[in-house]
Structure formats: structure tokens, C-alpha cells
Design a protein around this ligand. Structure first.
Ligand SMILES: [Zn+2]
Length: 968
């Protein structure tokens, strides 16, 4: 695959609240060659064909660059401010200072001195906020109910005018940074970066530690860290280095006024930042071979070459041209050749880390067990591929094809969530001329063979850093901050000479023309009265075909989803494993053929679901049936070879084993599902089955599975009814012809008993402890779900404030609604480097006890505010076709055949009174009625285990003794 350019190399530290929902949107950068561009007037920007928002660029008198976005229909307003300063600017003896500043900045300003003011304001108006610190950027962003943009900007703008950096919080936030550091200490990506820091040129600022520790941020005699913080802020937080993006429903003129009034006061300190001139690798240190021992069982062979700054070439994207061919997965590709030998299972290529002055080009190859001893031959094949491109592979045909795809992607770009959009565009505004802020990622309008050749000439054995990451590789030292075992040594001439003269490999060829690129981007005519909800077109032969022509987004895209459900698929751990292996092998069968589809803007999925297998195709509708037909055929006639089976089952087993290495809080969330669903099995049971199952059994099982099915299908998007029927027929002919319609199995969710709490300890090698408390409501009435939703909303920021901010128990602290199907529940969760499960449980209880002490008079105004915020959230409309489709698909899978689950809950929230809510709050949240499940990871705190509730020793026996809710 092609490495997403913008996110790969920038290590981001999320300071935050909503880490589960807010992950960065990866942009596949590529570009359009528009017809001769219409002249823009000052302040205008290039927009896509489907973009209905209004944009204006302005520069404030203090030289802050601002992009205003007006979207009268938006539910959420959002803003982001990016400062072109990051860990690069950390003083050598204050590593992590930029990141520490990011944490401290939010804690009070001249006009809003309270530390929690901003967070509370945002949270109580349906918003989220977050920030990240990267090498050259610090990016702050939020969203909020669109009525509250102005007061939110009142608060936000003061961070850049008059922050307090209140002394009493310094210590607390230092510990927050420390918790964040510890939470990621076993993260292989961070550990690998720590090694990279060690091998780069010590003169290059990338060699510094960007997160910060108690030591790097310690007060020193005569030099408290706060003094350094103030100095850093005053030096670097200058309006001329800032970009701001504000999206709201107000007209542009009004947005402009709002911004000008609030941000013109940000001081222009006339800070200038030069490109970095020190080379990323010290002269004479390449070629170099690094070996790294991971925590998980990763086996990766990766290559990195330092190259010049690629940003000036955003119109040509010559490097991306190379990445697209090296990262190709179709027939004749490097990956295909490696797979034929059984040596690799995935490959990505593209620009990684970049900065003002340079960048890295990376190729990462995920090895199989069998590939591990063949690193040198794989290296040889990589250089054969590079030579293949250099000798005759710099072709206008290939470039134009990439250009066309990028152009289509830009023209029909889906609207991202406002909060992601503003954060991303604030970064773009630093990198591109203002008129290209939207289009810059996609521009590809200059085919420059000489430049491509010049880049290829740098991708030589003599200039490479090669890193082999695998369990048990020989190492001789440990990295400073993450204690990653590694070794680094020069690659001798004798070893790399053969790669210099790699020659051509007949198995490796250039990509064929891509048959999946959409030719027809026209919109199908709408009927006079377009339907609002899907209608059932057909219900024969085991297929329920639902259809809705999109009338809202009017874009040449669609989503075709098929859920194949069988009573056999997941009724035991054994069958679950067989279904999983089958889905994985089918996916692998398809990969070479369908990889070009993913390049052409079609995504597809073949995956096990809770009751069977899902097939899904989304993106441009033009060529979807071509892909779907192939997918159906692959499922009906899978090529289940011994080599593939060995590779896939080994990989599946490895992933199951590595699950246990995940951060403790993730482990607990996953384990909660295992406990609650009747048909979910612990990883240990799945592993035992993987060890037993044979290829012959999977072949047999595939026949049995497909012989009895019930299928739900949804066709939504730029389709007519006739198109949908054709797709339905395809499914019937290709897949269901010999299938006997069989009712789908029910989904069963455990009903926790009243009057009792349970506990369960989950083993983990991590040092941090974690505790999850799940409270299940006593019933699943709509009013109960509504009440729990409001309660969750009320508690969330207070839980965070008490456990994370005040008590400093950990970096990951959250409370969130946790509905399982239609069973309402609530989760409290924290991961801690400083407290064990017993202490965390005490903190949870004190928290709940504090809420139990509040009088109805205190609760009433909170209730009203959060009930209305929740109603706002539920009333939010989908922002793009993908989101709309996902909602419909979820409803269909959950049996809401009126497609109105959201409306139903919204109606219940709207009529909920305080008098109805209060007893439910006491019963379901404060825990006077049992139905609690405590799950813990002990970490290094084995001396203070959890004592609350009755232990669950045998999960199977526990499940057998419970009642279950049943959903069709
Ligand atoms: Zn942070």
C-alpha cells in the first residue's frame, strides 16, 4: 500500500479526552490536474465539484493566516489553531517542553482563569477538544454545538493571548505527561521511533525525546521548569507562525468579524524559523543496519532513505509517483513476487517523517516467519524493483492514471467531521499557498521524469538505513527512553555490492492499466418523490434486498453491503475460527485483483461479523458491480491452498497472541465484549482452536457455511432501483443459487443479575494497572437508555477532572456510555502507572459517592443542560454518504427495519423529565442495585488486587448460569 503521507512520520501525542473517537484522518495524498484553473479572486480557494461550503482566506494584521469556512447546515462548529513549532524547538536540556506546553496551555487565561473552564464549556455544549504536538507543529482544536462558536472562541483565543500557566498545575501536568509516556512504553511504534532517534545525527533536532519525562521536565536549582515554559512560549508562540481555521454556520463576513476581534490581539513576535540544515544522518553513517526487538511478534524489514524537502514539489508529487509503484499490490508487483515465495504479507511505501529541510522515504515489508531468514534476498528484490522503475518505468501513462484518480478523489472528497477537517486544514495552511489549502494534498499536475529519476538515484544501497524488527534478533544495547533492545552497525561493502547491481527481475513488472477507475461520474436522475428510508425490494431465496437512492449528498458514490448470516458461523470457538480463517483467505485471494480498486477510490471488505461474513464495497459507484462479482465468486470458490492456509493461520494466531500486548485499557474493553456476548470467545480458546483446525476442515466448513444462509443486503447511494435489483441478482446467482434459506441466529447479550457485582482479572504483561467498571441498566426500555445517556454525559467531564486532573491517577481516564446492542450500560475506565486496581476502585467509589451526595437542587440544572446537549448530539445529521450509509447499515443489522433507532432514542430524551431520570440514575449508575462488572489489569500492583464483587473464575460456567437478552 501507499503510506499515507501526512500522518505517517509525525509522532502525535494526544492530550486527551476522546481518544477513542478522535484518531487522525489519514489522507491519501494525490492530486488533480484541473482544466485550466479559473482565476481566483483574493481570498478564494480551489474547491471540489461537490463542495457546498463557502471559504475565505484572510491574513490578520498580526500576520496570522486564517481560513474561514461557512456551512449554514452544520450541526457542529469547529476551530483549530496550528503553531509551526513543536518538539524540534525543545531546548536540548528541556526535552518534551513543547509537549508540556501543549498540556499547560489549556489551564486558564486572564479572562477565564479557572483551569476547567474551557473543558466544561465545550463538554456542556456537545463538544470535544484535543491537541497534539508533532516535530514542527502544535495543533489545538475543538468542536461545539454550532450556536456556541462565538463564546467558545472567546475562551480558545485567550490561550494565545494571555494564558496563565498557573504555577500550582505545573506539577500535576508533569505527571500527566509522565502517565502518557508510561502508557505508551510498550507501544512498538514509539519504541521503534526511540531507536531511530538514537541512530540519527545527534546534531539533528529529531534526535531529541519529544514526549518528556519527570526528569527532563524537573525543576532545577534556580531554574523551575515553569520559567523555561514561559520563555519558550514568549519566544515561539508568535502570530506570524500561526494558522487558524474556523468552521461555523455563520456567513463569512460574520465569521471574519468574530475571528478578527478575537485573534488580532495575539502578539506578532516576528519569529522566523529556518529549514534544518544538519543532515538527518551524520556523514559516513550510511548504509546502516539496525536490529530491533519488538514487544509484539512483529517481523518487519524496513528501509529508509534521507531525501530533500518534498514540500516544494506539491504540484508534481514525484516521490508519490514512486511510492505508488513500489507499494503496488497487483500482479507483477514487488509484494506479489514476495508473496509467491511466501516471504511477505504486506508492504507499504511512501514518504515518512518530513520536516523543513528534508524527509525520509520508507519502504516497510511485513515478513512471514518463512521470510525472516531471507532479508538479503528481499533487499535484492527491492532494488530490482527500483531499477525496474528507473529503466523504463517513468511513464507518462502511469503518471496520468495516478493524476486522474487523485483528481477524482479531490472533486468528490467527502466532508470530514468538522473537528478533523479544521485540524487538518490548519496544518495544510502552513504547507501550501492559501488557495491550495484544500487541493494541495491531491495536486499532481507536473510529470517531471528528470525529477523522478533524481529521486530514484537517491534510493541506493549505499544511502539506506535498513531495519529488521523481529523477536529474538541479536541486539547489544537499549534505547534511552523506551529501553528498546537494538543494535546498529554499518553494512559492509561485500554485503551491499550485489544490491548495487541488482539487475532486473522478470517476475517484477509495472502496473497494468487500472480497470477500476471510474469513467462515469454522472448522477442518476432522482424520482419526483425520492424515498427517505430504504425500502425492501425483494425478500426471496434467502436474500432481503434493501435499497435507497441517495437524494441528500448527490455524489457519484455508493455503498453496497451484504451480511451473510449462518447459525454455524460463530456458535462455538471452533466455528468462529473457521469462519475467520475462511474470510481471511478469501480476502487474500482477492488482493491482487482488487488492489487497483482501492487505488481508484473503491474500498472493499470481507470480514467475519458476529453472525457470519460481511461483504462490502464503497466508493465510486461506476465499477462496483465488477468488484462485487469477483468477491462473490471468491467466496463461492475460494482458493484454499496449503501455503495460504499456513501463512494465514500463523498470522491469525500471532495476532490473537499479541492482543494481550495491547494497552491494558484496550484489553479490558475487548474483554468486556467477550463477557457480555454469548457468542464471543476468549483469545485463549480461539488460539487453542487455531492449533487444531486443518485446511481440510476449513474447506469442508466453507461448504456447510454457505449451504444455509440468511442474507441482508443494502444498496445505498447513486443507484436506481434497477441497479439495485441487478446487484441483488448478482448475489443470488453467484452465491445463493445452491443455498437453503435459513433464519439468522439471534444475538444474545448477557443480563447481569440485580443485587450483585462481579469481578474479573485479565492478565497483561504491562506495568500499568487498569480498572474498568461496567454498569448495566436494569432493563432496555427506551426511557432507560435515554436516562443513561444523559447520566453518562453529566458524569464524563467530572470523572476525568477528578481522576486524571486532580488525583493524577493516569493519562487514560474516561467514562462513556457503553450500549451493547440495545442493552444500555456505562463504562468507567482508567489506566494508571501509579495506582493499582484496589486504589482505582476506591477512587471510582468515592466519585460515585460524591454524586450520590448531590441534592436534587444541584442535579436539576446539570440534568437540563446535559439532556439538551445529548438531544443536540442525537439530532446531528450525517455529514457524508459514508456516515449516512453506516447508520442505515447498523440499523438493518440491529433489526430496526424502520431505520429509526436514532429518532426513537431522541424522542425518549426529549420527553425525559428530571423526576423520571433521578430514580434511574440512582438505580443504574450509582449502583445501589448491583449489575456491576469490575475488570482489572493488575500491572505491577499485584500486591493490591481487586476485592470488590464476586470473582468470575470460569467464564464458560459463568455464561451458562446467566440469562441473556435476545435480539433478532
Ligand atoms: Zn500529551
Amino acid at each position: 500500500m501507499v503510506t499515507p503521507t501526512l500522518s505517517a512520520g509525525r509522532a502525535r501525542h494526544w492530550a486527551l479526552l476522546f481518544l477513542l473517537t478522535l484518531l487522525c484522518a489519514c489522507q491519501l495524498s494525490s492530486k488533480p490536474a484541473a482544466p485550466p484553473a479559473p482565476a481566483l479572486r483574493p481570498g478564494e480557494v480551489f474547491t471540489g465539484a461537490n463542495d457546498t461550503r463557502a471559504y475565505r482566506f484572510i491574513e490578520l494584521p498580526n500576520r496570522m493566516k486564517v481560513l474561514l469556512i461557512s456551512d449554514p447546515g452544520t450541526d457542529k462548529a469547529a476551530a483549530a489553531l496550528d503553531v509551526n513549532v513543536g518538539s524540534r524547538q525543545d531546548p536540548d536540556d528541556r526535552q518534551g517542553l513543547a509537549h508540556f506546553l501543549e498540556h499547560m496551555l489549556f489551564l486558564g487565561t486572564d479572562r477565564f482563569p479557572q483551569a476547567e473552564e474551557y473543558q466544561n464549556f465545550i463538554a456542556s455544549h456537545s463538544g470535544n477538544h484535543n491537541a497534539f504536538t508533532a516535530f514542527e507543529h502544535t495543533n489545538f482544536f475543538f468542536d461545539v454545538d454550532s450556536q456556541y462558536l462565538a463564546p467558545a472562541l472567546d475562551r480558545f483565543s485567550r490561550f494565545f493571548v494571555a494564558p496563565l500557566f498557573t504555577a500550582e498545575y505545573v506539577d500535576r501536568e508533569k505527571h500527566a505527561v509522565y502517565s502518557e509516556y508510561m502508557a505508551n512504553i510498550r507501544d512498538d511504534q514509539r519504541r521503534g521511533l526511540d531507536v531511530l532517534r538514537e541512530v540519527v545525527n545527534p546534531e539533528h533536532p529529531f534526535s531529541k525525546f519529544s514526549v518528556g519525562s519527570l526528569d527532563t521536565l524537573a525543576d532545577r536549582p534556580g531554574r523551575p521548569v515553569r520559567d523555561d515554559l514561559l520563555q519558550f512560549y514568549e519566544k515561539n508562540y508568535s502570530s506570524n507562525l500561526m494558522t487558524l481555521v474556523v468552521l461555523g454556520r455563520e456567513p463569512l463576513d460574520q465569521l471574519q468579524q468574530m475571528v478578527t476581534e478575537r485573534f488580532s490581539e495575539v502578539p506578532d513576535r516576528e519569529r522566523h524559523i529556518d529549514p534544518i540544515t544538519a543532515p538527518l544522518f551524520a556523514p559516513g553513517t550510511l548504509p546502516q543496519q539496525v536490529r530491533v526487538q519488538p514487544v509484539q511478534q512483529d517481523r518487519t524489514l524496513s528501509f529508509a532513505w534521507p531525501i530533500g524537502d518534498t514540500r516544494p514539489d506539491y504540484r508534481g508529487k514525484s516521490l508519490e509517483y514512486i511510492g505508488n509503484i513500489l507499494g503496488h499490490e497487483g500482479g507483477g508487483s514487488l509484494l506479489s513476487a514476495l508473496k509467491q515465495r511466501g516471504w511477505a504479507q504486506a508492504l507499504s511505501a511512501g514518504q515518512g517523517f518530513d520536516y523543513q529541510g528534508g524527509a525520509l522515504f520508507n519502504v516497510n515489508i511485513e515478513l512471514t516467519q518463512a521470510g525472516l531468514p531471507h532479508a538479503d534476498e528481499i533487499t535484492q528484490m527491492l532494488f530490482q524493483t527500483i531499477l525496474r522503475i528507473r529503466d523504463g518505468g517513468i511513464q507518462e501513462r502511469l503518471y496520468r492514471e495516478q493524476q486522474k484518480v487523485a483528481e477524482q478523489r479531490f472533486q468528490f472528497r467527502e466532508q470530514a467531521e468538522p473537528i478533523r477537517e479544521v485540524s487538518h486544514l490548519a496544518g495544510n495552511l502552513q504547507d501550501y499557498p492559501p488557495e491550495e489549502v484544500l487541493r494541495g494534498d491531491y495536486l499532481m499536475e507536473r510529470f517531471e521524469p528528470a525529477q523522478i529519476k533524481a529521486l530514484l538515484d537517491q534510493l541506493t544501497p549505499q544511502r539506506m538505513l535498513r531495519t529488521l524488527t523481529a523477536p529474538g534478533v541479536a541486539t547489544n544495547k537499549k534505547s534511552t527512553f523506551y529501553q528498546t533492545p537494538f543494535s546498529a552497525e554499518p553494512i559492509p561493502g561485500l554485503q551491499y555490492e550485489p544490491w548495487v547491481n541488482a539487475g532486473l527481475n522478470p517476475a517484477i513488472t509495472l502496473p497494468e492499466p487500472n480497470i477500476f477507475i471510474a469513467d462515469d461520474l454522472s448522477l442518476k436522475p432522482l424520482p419526483a418523490q425520492p424515498a427517505q428510508k430504504p425500502v425492501l425490494l425483494d425478500s426471496g431465496a434467502g436474500l432481503h434486498l434493501w435499497f435507497l437512492q441517495d437524494a441528500q449528498f448527490r455524489t457519484p458514490k455508493g455503498d453496497t453491503a451484504l451480511s451473510l448470516r449462518s447459525p454455524l458461523a460463530t456458535d462455538s470457538a471452533e466455528h468462529t475460527v473457521k469462519t475467520e480463517l475462511l474470510a481471511r483467505m478469501v480476502r487474500e485471494n482477492l488482493n491482487e485483483f482488487s488492489y487497483p480498486a482501492s487505488l481508484a477510490g473503491l474500498s472493499y471488505q470481507v470480514a467475519r461479523n458476529g453472525r457470519g461474513i460481511t461483504l462490502r464495497v464503497a466508493g465510486f459507484n461506476d465499477k462496483q458491480s465488477l468488484l462485487l462479482e469477483r468477491m462473490l465468486n471468491a467466496l463461492r470458490n475460494p482458493q484454499l491452498t496449503p501455503e495460504l492456509f499456513a501463512r494465514i493461520s500463523f498470522e491469525y494466531r500471532r495476532q490473537l497472541q499479541d492482543n494481550n500486548q495491547r494497552p491494558p485499557y484496550e484489553l479490558l474493553i475487548s474483554d468486556l465484549s467477550t463477557v457480555l456476548y454469548r457468542n464471543q470467545w476468549p483469545d485463549s480458546e480461539l488460539i487453542a482452536q487455531v492449533d487444531k483446525v486443518t485446511l481440510e476442515q476449513v474447506r469442508q466448513f466453507a461448504q456447510e457455511l454457505l449451504a444455509h444462509l440468511d442474507a441482508d443486503m443494502l444498496v445505498y447511494g447513486n443507484y436506481t432501483e434497477a441497479d439495485a435489483r441487478k446487484l441483488g441478482d448478482l448475489v443470488k446467482q453467484q452465491l445463493l443459487a445452491q443455498t437453503q434459506a435459513t433464519p439468522a441466529p439471534a444475538v444474545e447479550v448477557m443480563q447481569l443479575p440485580a443485587g450483585r457485582d462481579y469481578r474479573r482479572t485479565v492478565p497483561s504483561p504491562h506495568d500499568d494497572a487498569a480498572l474498568l467498571l461496567y454498569r448495566q441498566a436494569a432493563d432496555n426500555a427506551k426511557s432507560t437508555r435515554a436516562a443513561l445517556g444523559v447520566s453518562a454525559q453529566m458524569l464524563s467531564s467530572d470523572f476525568y477532572a477528578q481522576l486524571r486532573t486532580d488525583q493524577q491517577l493516569g493519562y487514560i481516564v474516561m467514562s462513556t456510555p457503553f450500549p451493547v446492542r440495545d442493552v444500555p450500560g456505562l463504562v468507567f475506565l482508567a489506566q494508571s502507572p501509579v495506582a493499582g486496581p484496589a486504589q482505582l476502585a476506591k477512587a471510582y467509589k468515592e466519585f460515585l459517592h460524591g454524586w450520590a451526595q448531590r441534592s436534587p437542587d444541584q442535579l436539576l440544572p446539570l440534568f437540563e443542560r446535559h439532556r439538551s446537549a445529548l438531544a443536540q448530539r442525537l439530532a446531528e445529521q450525517p455529514k457524508n454518504l459514508g456516515e449516512a450509509s453506516e447508520r442505515l447499515w447498523q440499523d438493518l443489522n440491529s433489526g430496526y427495519l424502520q431505520f429509526d433507532s436514532r429518532e426513537q432514542i431522541l424522542a425518549a430524551v426529549r420527553v425525559l423529565t428530571f423526576e423520571q431520570w433521578l430514580p434511574l440514575f440512582k438505580r443504574d449508575v450509582l449502583g445501589t442495585d448491583g449489575r456491576g462488572l469490575w475488570q482489572a489489569v493488575d500491572g505491577r500492583f499485584t500486591q493490591q488486587p481487586l476485592r470488590v464483587g464476586e470473582p468470575i473464575d470460569d467464564l464458560d460456567a459463568f455464561k451458562t448460569a446467566r440469562y441473556f437478552y435476545t435480539f433478532p
